[in-house]
Design a protein around this ligand. Structure first.
Ligand SMILES: Cc1cc2nc3c(=O)[nH]c(=O)nc-3n(C[C@H](O)[C@H](O)[C@H](O)COP(=O)(O)OP(=O)(O)OC[C@H]3O[C@@H](n4cnc5c(N)ncnc54)[C@H](O)[C@@H]3O)c2cc1C
Length: 396
C-alpha cells in the first residue's frame, strides 16, 4: 500500500513519523521548501495544552523533543495599553497541563528532524489525477529541481499542505474563505525588554490589540490586530510606523512600560512585519471518493484568536496517526472507510474549536468594548468552554 503526504509541516511530519512504523506501507512526504529554508518560519507561536496532551499520549519521545525546544505557557493576562489589568488566568484552572511557547524554526526542526529520511525536499506538488491502474487510486505530479515527476497508484493521499492547499483546490475546488474584517500582524524581536515580557499577555486600546510572549533564544514574539472593512486590502497607510503607534497608544499618551516597549519594537521593525487577515474556511476531512485525507490548515482554516491553528493540526495528526497505524496494518484495509472514520472522529471537535475561536474574537472586532468583552471571559460559561477546549481532546 502506498501513502503520499503533501507538505512536511506540522501535521505532515507528525503523521509521517507514525506511518513509518506500519508494516508494508510505503510512505513518502513531499515538501516544497528546501531542508534549510526557514523563511516562512521567522516568528513564534503558542501551542495549547490540548495539543501538548495529545502529543504526549500519541508520541512521548516527539513530545519530549518539542518541549525541550520550548518554554511553558502557564498563564493568560489581559490589560489595557494604559496598564489597567482586566484578566489574569492561570491555565491550571482550565487545563491539566501547560501549553508551550516556541519559535517556528524550532518547532519545524524538532518535527522534521524525526522524519528526515521520509521527506523529499524542494518537491512541489503541482497536480493530481487518477492512477493508471484504476481502482479509485490516485496519481500525483510534482516538480523538483526543475524536473517533473509523477507518482502513480497512490492508495492514500494526505493533504498536509497548509492554508493554501493545492491538494484541496485540485480535489474539491478552492476553499470558500470567510473574511472577518481584522488585520493580524506578527514579528519576532530580540528580547531587550529587561524582563517586562514573559508569559502570554494581551493589551487593548479599543478593539486594537497587542499580544506578546517570550520564546527561547532570548526573543519576544509580538502580534497585533486591528479592524478593517471585511474583505478590504490592508492599506499602505495602515502599515506605517506612525499609524501603528497611534493605534496602540492611549489617548492621553501614557502607555504602560510594557506597551511602550512593544510599540517601540513594532515601529522600529516595520519592514520585518508579517501581515495577514483573519479568515476561516469550512472544514473538510476527506474527498467524495475517500482517498484523500485533509489535515491541519488544509482541512480547516480557523481564526487565530485562541492559538488553535497549529494546535489543531497537532490534534489532527495525532488522531490520524493512531487511527491509520491501526487500520492500515490490517491485510484488507479499505482506505475510504478509514478516511470516513477520521472525519467522524474529528468533525464535532473541529466545529466546536472553530466556533469558540470566533466567539473569543469578539473583543477585536470593529466597535468592540474590550473591557466588557474581557470581563465576560472570567465568567463560568467562557471558562467551561476553555476547559473543554484544553481537556477534551479526540481519542481513538
Ligand atoms: C506567523 C504565524 C503565527 C501563527 N501563530 C500560531 C499560534 O500561536 N498558535 C497556533 O496554534 N497556530 C498559529 N498559527 C497557525 C499555524 O501556522 C497553522 O495553523 C499551522 O501551521 C497549520 O499546520 P499544517 O500542518 O496544516 O500546515 P503548515 O505547518 O503550514 O505546513 C504546510 C507545509 O506544506 C508545504 N506545502 C504547501 N504547498 C505545497 C505544495 N504544493 N507542495 C509541497 N509542499 C507544500 C509548506 O511548505 C509547509 O511546509 C500561526 C500562523 C502564522 C503564519
Amino acid at each position: 500500500m502506498k501513502c503520499v503526504i503533501a507538505g512536511a509541516g506540522v501535521a505532515g511530519c507528525i503523521l509521517a513519523r507514525a506511518l513509518q512504523r506500519v508494516h508494508g506501507l510505503e510512505v513518502l512526504c513531499l515538501e516544497q521548501v528546501e531542508a534549510s529554508d526557514h523563511s516562512e518560519s521567522g516568528t513564534g507561536l503558542n501551542i495549547g495544552p490540548n495539543a501538548v496532551r495529545a502529543l504526549l499520549e500519541h508520541d512521548p519521545s516527539l513530545h519530549a523533543a518539542v518541549l525541550a525546544r520550548s518554554l511553558p505557557w502557564r498563564a493568560w493576562r489581559i490589560s489595557l495599553t494604559s496598564g489597567r489589568e482586566l484578566f489574569h488566568l492561570p491555565l491550571a484552572q482550565v487545563a491539566d497541563n501547560d501549553g508551550i511557547r516556541i519559535r517556528w524554526s524550532e518547532l519545524y526542526a524538532a518535527l522534521r528532524g524525526e522524519v528526515s529520511g521520509l521527506i523529499r525536499y524542494g518537491a512541489r506538488v503541482t497536480g493530481l489525477g487518477d492512477a493508471s491502474g484504476g481502482g479509485g487510486r490516485l496519481s500525483l505530479d510534482y516538480t523538483q529541481a526543475g524536473v517533473s515527476h509523477r507518482i502513480d497508484d497512490i492508495d492514500l493521499l494526505v493533504a498536509g499542505d497548509g492554508r493554501y492547499s493545492l491538494v484541496r483546490s485540485h480535489t474539491v475546488g478552492p476553499a470558500a474563505v470567510r473574511q472577518h474584517g481584522v488585520v493580524i500582524f506578527r514579528l519576532l524581536v530580540p528580547d531587550t525588554s529587561g524582563g517586562l515580557i514573559d508569559d502570554y499577555e494581551q493589551w487593548f486600546k479599543g478593539p486594537n490589540r497587542l499580544l506578546a510572549f517570550r520564546v527561547p533564544g532570548e526573543a519576544v514574539y509580538i502580534a497585533g490586530t486591528f479592524p478593517i472593512e471585511p474583505g478590504a486590502e490592508i492599506s499602505d497607510e495602515a502599515r506605517t510606523a506612525a499609524s501603528l503607534r497611534t493605534r496602540y497608544t492611549p489617548d492621553d499618551g501614557k502607555a504602560s512600560a510594557q506597551c511602550r516597549w512593544l510599540i517601540d519594537q513594532i515601529t522600529a521593525n516595520v519592514p520585518s512585519i508579517h501581515w495577514a487577515r483573519l479568515q476561516e474556511s469550512p472544514p473538510l476531512f476527506t474527498d467524495p471518493r475517500g482517498r484523500v485525507l485533509f489535515l491541519g490548515d488544509a482541512a480547516h482554516g480557523m481564526v487565530p484568536t485562541l492559538g488553535q491553528g497549529a494546535t489543531q493540526a497537532i490534534e489532527d495528526a495525532c488522531v490520524a496517526g493512531q487511527l491509520l497505524t491501526r487500520r492500515l496494518a490490517a491485510p484488507a484495509a479499505a482506505v475510504p472507510e478509514v478516511t470516513a472514520e477520521f472525519a467522524r472522529l474529528r468533525e464535532a471537535r473541529i466545529r466546536f474549536v472553530m466556533d469558540f475561536s470566533l466567539e473569543a474574537s469578539d473583543t477585536i472586532m470593529a466597535g468592540a468594548d474590550p473591557v466588557t468583552g474581557t470581563l465576560n471571559k472570567l465568567e463560568p460559561p467562557f471558562l467551561r468552554k476553555l476547559s473543554r477546549l484544553y481537556r477534551d481532546i479526540t481519542r481513538v
